[in-house]
Design a protein around this ligand. Sequence first.
Ligand SMILES: [Zn+2]
Length: 333
Amino acid sequence: MAFRDLVGNERVKCALQGAVRGGHLGHSLLFSGPEGVGKRQFALALAKTINCPNAFEGDRALPDSCDVCPSCQKIERGEHVDVLVVRPETTFLRIEQIRSLCEHAYRKPFEARWRVFIIDEAETMTEQAANALLKTLEEPPAGSVLILLTSQLARLLPTIRSRCQIYHFTPLKTAEIEGFLRKRFVRPEEEIRLLARLSEGRIGKALSMDLSVYREMRREALELLAVLSAGDRVRLIRAAEYLGRRVDREEFERRLDVLEQVLADVLRLQLEAGDVVNADIVAHLRSLAVWWPPSRVVRFMEKLAALRRDLWRQLNRQLALETLFLAECDAQP
Ligand SMILES: [Zn+2]
């Protein structure tokens, strides 16, 4: 994608394009911001723009890639020899990966004007790897641009941070994500609206999210709340067994997320506060709001939060859920 097709973070976009136009783009850049807000796409758009022979053509106020020339196409497909993306092969970026990158950086570009090295998840560099990169960041080779990407700026060594020009990325607005999804995909409006609200401002999340999985988890959450409303102890014990036993911790937490999301929507409706996320099931949420007065919703959400805090311990999830559900059942008005 070219800069003109990227949504959000307009300030960063203008700053980068302005620096290209003014000829003062730094050689060591650091893109910092939450996962999924477009840092990788911005880095690729920049790599294309500084290498595109048509970047300054047409009526563009700011340089941008044409997206059709051989150079742009190769970068888009990840096949350009002068644009390399390095990412951790396992948990860490190893010193060997960084050393090899630094060696490449001092060679002349094969076919491009600029060699671009994108270091993804830069915070996963081992200390040795980070130290190996310092010299290249300090005295960047003439024809090379290094772009470090991170969602955890604080984990990078201060010596790395201080040698880079830092660009801060922020989550996108819901309307921006909606606009992007509408332009790129043919999907029912209801789905676009839901995806944009579930994405928490992260376009990457909106693109990778499987709505059918989410809806299935949501159906289970609604069923659980219905059983709690009815005070059916036998079914509650069965639900605790189902949720506690079946899934790994990550999936378990995702289910808690969905349950909390639904409860938060019920509260929003009751208090007439804010935009409901699950607007496609608003009638169902309204009926829940009858059984669950705000005080009860808040109380149950607090209990869920406490359960989540205890998850790091080797907690017996099934037992913890059973206790939580039955206590909620006994305490209901
Ligand atoms: Zn081009």
